[in-house]
Design a protein around this ligand. Structure first.
Ligand SMILES: O=C(O)C(=O)C[C@@H](O)[C@H](O)[C@H](O)COP(=O)(O)O
Length: 376
């Protein structure tokens, strides 16, 4: 890929999933156009907008006005911000609002927010009336490049992250890149970890492009839109090949086995760790563990570490403020991972940059000794 200098334009990534096919629109000004885009694609004229306390003051009014202009009547529910909102309590509040708004199966739930709101709203859309339509308006980089695409929805359990949920594809994703300007640097960086992930899974050229162009991606404009569109296309390709994660979709979990365990170990406290930061540390650990298993060169792990550190992401467990539980407790969290089959651990390992693979025979004894080394 080359550095991109042309003016930003809206890009469309199509997700060809048969009767569940949908478009992802990426570019500026999409919240103002949301009503028109939705009305031109979907039949329903009623919506429940689910959002959070941080996003509502910034974008809810504009979204509701755009829906009204297109003849769509909407009701909104504003939930607390943060990972702890992915709970049964808040799911119930959201479901009640959807029912109160008389949203029917052809109407829709609209998620206006980051990954937490998207995951919870998608779950509500998947279970109310056994499924109503669903539109994602992702407002964080992480949700634009990852969680708004692919239909994984859910909430957390005391046993771990995303352990309760359903697959429910959106009918449309509107990724308005203007909203990314309101993110804190920390939030933007956390989303960037998922962008880098696509390079590390199977796009070494994209990873090299990011190493050369990450400053332009952080600055905004066409390079940012290109990075988001490349990420969405990469995700769409994997999801289309394996929608329900029976095999290769697990590649999208690179860095997540360790990352989710670290999120659980920090009690989802965003002051200590947010999801993308856990993924950043998890991706470095996955590369280091692959090197330890003689699958990849330690130089690759160092290269990943260098790039993620350069953008300002945490890359080591010791970067997390406060105490972490012992390696054994992290291992317990890993054992609850959704990829465990017949009690056996599945990890996403790598043979080098952009050469990730699904390993379903990873000995727990190797993982625990690795964790003890990294977190004595
Ligand atoms: O869409 C997927 O598949 C992914 O694994 C993408 C992940 O980046 C995302 O965080 C996902 O929600 C994690 O899924 P989980 O099944 O490990 O909970």
């Amino acid at each position: 890929m080359n550095a991109i200098t042309s003016a930003p334009a809206v890009q469309t990534v199509h997700v060809p999933l048969g009767e569940r096919a949908y478009d992802i629109l990426i570019g500026p000004g999409l919240i103002a156009r949301a009503g028109a885009e939705i009305a031109s694609r979907l039949k329903g004229r009623k919506a429940a907008v689910i959002t959070d306390e941080n996003v509502a003051p910034l974008y809810l009014e504009a979204l509701v006005a755009s829906l009204a202009d297109a003849g769509i009547v909407s009701a909104a529910v504003v939930l607390p911000a943060g990972e702890k909102t992915k709970s049964f309590e808040h799911l119930m509040t959201a479901c009640d609002k959807v029912l109160e708004a008389r949203v029917e199966r052809n109407d829709y739930v609209i998620a206006l927010g980051g990954g937490v709101i998207g995951d919870l709203s998608g779950f509500a859309a998947g279970i109310v009336r056994r499924g109503v339509r669903f539109v994602q308006v992702p407002t964080s980089l992480l949700s634009q490049v990852d969680s708004s695409v692919g239909g994984k929805t859910g909430i957390n359990s005391r046993h771990g992250k995303n352990l309760i949920g359903v697959f429910h594809q959106p009918d449309l994703v509107l990724a308005d890149t203007d909203v990314l300007n309101s993110l804190s640097e920390r939030e933007f960086r956390a989303g960037y970890a998922e962008v880098a992930k696509y390079g590390l899974i199977d796009k070494p050229d994209f990873f090299a492009w990011l190493e050369a162009n990450w400053k332009a991606v952080f600055a905004g404009g066409a390079a940012r839109i290109e990075a988001i569109a490349t990420s969405c296309q990469a995700k769409a390709d994997v999801v289309v090949a394996d929608e329900r994660e029976n095999g290769q979709r697990a590649l999208l979990n690179l860095g997540h086995t360790f990352g989710h365990a670290l999120e659980a170990a920090t009690a989802y406290d965003s002051r200590r760790l947010v999801h993308g930061e856990g993924v950043s540390i998890g991706m470095v650990l996955a590369h280091e563990f692959s090197a330890r298993m003689n699958l990849a060169s330690p130089d690759d792990a160092r290269r990943v570490d260098r790039h993620l550190q350069a953008v300002g992401l945490p890359t080591r467990m010791s970067d997390i403020p406060g105490e972490l539980p012992p390696a054994e407790a992290l291992m317990d969290a890993i054992a609850q991972d959704k990829k465990v089959k017949g009690g056996k651990l599945t990890f996403i390992l790598t043979r080098g940059i952009g050469q990730s693979f699904v390993a379903d025979d990873v000995p727990a004894s190797e993982v625990i000794s690795f964790l003890r080394e990294k977190h004595p």
